[in-house]
Design a binder for this molecule. Structure first.
Ligand SMILES: NC(=O)c1ccc[n+]([C@@H]2O[C@H](COP(=O)([O-])OP(=O)(O)OC[C@H]3O[C@@H](n4cnc5c(N)ncnc54)[C@H](O)[C@@H]3O)[C@@H](O)[C@H]2O)c1
Ligand SMILES: [Zn+2]
Length: 370
């Protein structure tokens, strides 16, 4: 018997459970039946994930008398568009899905964000279940109900808050994940330690080499603790008016780097890894945290196999990209700043402070962190 972890996401009548269980994918049929699914279910996935997991999932579902309708999308961020969501809607409409019909998102954050958004608008909302298969999706995107797509003028510009009925995580699916995607996901995990849990951060430091090797017990524990922290933050602030903003730590600079790299230079988590360190540097410059905090974050990010280096781009371009991000309020950028490991604060930063820091941090320094 494999260990099962249950993490509740408490959102009044929209509450649901995250279940983490190795081998869960083989039990999909029974779980859907227990969830009350009868008749059809739409299985939204992408080509990469389909290659590994679709056949087995379809068989597991059919065994319980449920008819799965596969909807296979092209993989990658570039397909996270309204056009692709329309393809999902076309399938739902042509198979005469009803208000009570369900969708299941089998894949990474791209699949989950699109399937969730399609579920939120088809017939004004049908239920959906998240079955995330990347580390980013298991610890972050599948939990919290943010759904949507990119617009050519900005990432995640179009979307809805729409909670899933359940999140079912099978950590075994991570074995087929490309190493680059695995390592990128570690940036989000490290983020949770910094924003909310010093002892989790210490756990990550102690077990980083096992985590790099995907040691099973460690992976399940890390996914569970990350989900708990995300669930707690989301429960306190479902629609990101205040506390939920702490989840954006590392993402102000991270998103700017992603955008300036044309979404090609970095995988999301790689940009966030740099953001975790550089935003700590900025916090230190503003005298919000000590240099020791910065170095601890840098060291952990590097141990995970992630870079902490800012590309050599002009500061005005980086600032402009930061302003473009959604976290802007009245022309200022609202950042998330670590005070110490396990505690962050939210606060604005002015352009001249950013540029001053940037100039000083690029100058040769006795610490050698230029
Ligand atoms: N909704 C949210 O709150 C939230 C939070 C964080 C990120 N996101 C979104 O999530 C997306 C990033 O998600 P991601 O990092 O999962 O990327 P992704 O969905 O593009 O997946 C990364 C790659 O891995 C492949 N893949 C997925 N699972 C696999 C598996 N088990 N084995 C082999 N290959 C597999 C995919 O086909 C893809 O090529 C972004 O669009 C981001 O905006 C959303
Ligand atoms: Zn992220």
């Amino acid at each position: 018997m494999t260990a099962i972890f249950n993490v509740p996401v408490s959102l009044a009548e929209r509450s649901y459970e995250i279940i983490i269980q190795a081998g869960l994918l083989e039990r999909l049929g029974r779980k859907l039946k227990n969830q009350g699914v009868r008749g059809k279910i739409g299985i939204v996935t992408d080509r990469h994930v389909a290659r590994h997991y679709l056949k087995g999932s379809l068989e597991a579902i059919k065994r319980y008398g449920i008819e799965p309708i596969p909807i296979i999308l092209p993989p990658g961020e570039r397909s996270k568009t309204l056009k692709t969501v329309e393809q999902i809607l076309d399938v739902l409409a042509s198979h005469r899905f009803e208000r009570s019909s369900m969708l299941l998102a089998l894949g990474g954050g791209v699949v989950g964000d699109m399937a969730g958004f399609a579920a939120s608008i088809y017939q004004r909302g049908i239920p959906y279940i998240q079955v995330p298969t990347t580390l980013v999706a298991q610890v972050d995107s599948s939990v919290g109900g943010k759904t949507g797509v990119d617009h050519r003028l900005g990432k995640n510009l179009i979307g809805a808050f729409y909670q899933p009925r359940a999140v079912w995580i099978d950590p075994l699916t991570l074995h087929t994940l490309p190493t680059r995607e695995w390592v990128a996901g570690l940036a989000e995990v490290i983020k949770y330690g910094i924003i909310a849990d010093e002892s989790f951060f210490a756990y990550l430091q102690r077990h980083m080499s096992e985590l790099r090797r995907q040691a099973p017990g460690i992976v399940a524990t890390v996914v569970k603790r990350s989900c708990e922290i995300k669930a707690e933050v989301v429960a306190a602030d479902e629609r990101e008016s205040d506390r939920r903003r702490i989840l954006n730590y590392g993402h102000t600079i991270g998103h700017a780097l992603e955008a300036l790299g044309g979404y090609k230079s970095f995988v999301h988590g790689e940009a966030v890894g740099i953001g975790l360190v550089q935003e700590a540097e900025l916090a230190c410059f503003q005298e919000i945290c000590s240099r020791a905090v910065v170095e601890e974050i840098r060291c952990t990010v590097n141990e995970a196999g992630l870079s902490d280096r800012m590309p050599q781009w002009p500061p005005q371009r980086i600032w402009k990209a930061m302003l473009h991000d959604k976290k802007v309020s009245g022309g200022r950028v609202i950042g998330v700043w670590p005070e110490r490991i396990g505690q962050v604060r939210i606060g604005p930063i002015e352009k001249h402070v950013f540029e001053q820091w940037y100039a000083i941090s690029r100058a040769p320094s006795p610490h050698g962190h230029a």
